[in-house]
Design a protein around this ligand. Structure first.
Ligand SMILES: Nc1ncnc2c1ncn2[C@@H]1O[C@H](COP(=O)(O)OP(=O)(O)OP(=O)(O)O)[C@@H](O)[C@H]1O
Length: 252
């Protein structure tokens, strides 16, 4: 059975024949993927493999050229997108205080004032930022900003949390705090989909691992299996540090 068709069980989120073309190239190439509810799925693969594009397509930030993203079996729509949250590699902060950043995210979801306030407090406690509540978010350190970003995403109570290399520029202590936040969310039932380049992080945070190469799923399975005993040429080459696997040029 092809790697892309391995997991046929119904999922919370599915990519069916997902294809994205831009600049005369097919960057995501007929990707089939099932994200199972309550699981932590890690996406790995070489630079340019299509990891960020895949997250953006799953989150509905990009429209596929062909194929579809399904949410509980139906095309991903606005209502479903509101049940998802995304954390990018570089924190995106409003020019406002820490609390106001949280307030804004919650007010666009139409929460009442008292509920909003409770969630703001909870998010700052989770992210250990209570002492910085009034500080302009843009002057926080990178680690503090990323904690705020994750806490802000979780304050909206998403069912799926996407994270795109959330700790790639953080030190080990800040990385640990972000990982704790992600694990807490997972403990609360949030489905996690995360891109990382760090195999240690994949082992710590992942249940399933999708190995992407050249816009396709090269391998999909339990993290330990894909990392310890990869079966695909791409994942074996990556494990062995062979960096010269050339992407095929699929122009059209
Ligand atoms: N809008 C676009 N137009 C043209 N090419 C794009 C566009 N967006 C992404 N690409 C290209 O698609 C490929 C995949 O990009 P993507 O950002 O998904 O890679 P990635 O696997 O996340 O890489 P990295 O590990 O370096 O972050 C890259 O070659 C990138 O240059």
């Amino acid at each position: 059975m092809p790697a892309q068709r391995q997991q046929a069980a119904p999922g919370l989120l599915e990519a069916r024949g997902l294809t994205f073309e831009a600049g005369g190239a097919r960057l995501i190439d007929g990707l089939d993927l099932v994200i199972r509810p309550g699981r932590r799925t890690v996406i790995m693969g070489p630079n340019g493999a299509g990891k960020s594009l895949t997250l953006r397509l799953l989150h509905g930030l990009l429209q596929p050229s062909a194929g579809a993203v399904l949410w509980e079996g139906r095309p991903l729509d606005r209502a479903a997108r509101r049940l998802q949250a995304m954390v990018f590699q570089r924190p995106v902060m409003l020019r406002r205080s820490v609390r106001a950043n949280l307030r804004f995210a919650l007010s666009v979801r139409g929460l009442r004032r008292d509920e909003r306030r409770a969630r703001e407090d909870e998010a700052m406690q989770r992210a250990r930022l209570c002492h910085l509540a009034r500080r302009p978010a843009r002057v926080l350190s990178g680690g503090e900003q990323q904690r705020l970003t994750v806490a802000r995403a979780l304050a909206c109570h998403p069912r799926v949390l996407f994270l795109d290399e959330p700790t790639s520029s953080l030190d080990p202590q800040s990385t640990q705090m972000i990982e704790d936040l992600v694990n807490e969310a997972h403990g609360d039932g949030v489905t996690v989909v995360m891109v990382t380049h760090d195999p240690g992080q994949a082992r710590r945070l992942g249940d399933d691992l999708v190995f992407l190469h050249d816009g396709r799923v090269a391998e999909y399975g339990p993290v330990a299996q894909v990392l310890n005993a990869p079966r695909s040429d791409a994942a074996i080459a990556w494990r062995d540090g062979r960096l010269h696997l050339q992407p095929s040029q699929r122009t059209f």
